[in-house]
Design a protein around this ligand. Structure first.
Ligand SMILES: [Zn+2]
Length: 61
């Protein structure tokens, strides 16, 4: 990820969400209830953060 270009918050949320579900679709640990997947957690956290960022950037106070 050497992108210098800053993605739009909404596009970033979409990108993070895709990364999370694409990982989960291929990851046995993510699909196993009760199992913890660090990568999945990281991707979901990144998605949540992007969502919050988009919310504050969108000025939807
Ligand atoms: Zn996973």
């Amino acid at each position: 990820m050497a992108e210098t270009q800053q993605a739009e918050p909404a596009a970033k949320v979409d990108q993070k969400w895709r990364a999370a579900i694409e990982h989960a679709a291929d990851c046995l640990a993510c699909r196993t209830p009760g199992d913890v997947c660090e990568t999945g957690e990281t991707l979901l956290t990144a998605y949540t953060e992007a969502t919050q960022e988009a919310r504050s950037a969108g000025g939807a106070a």
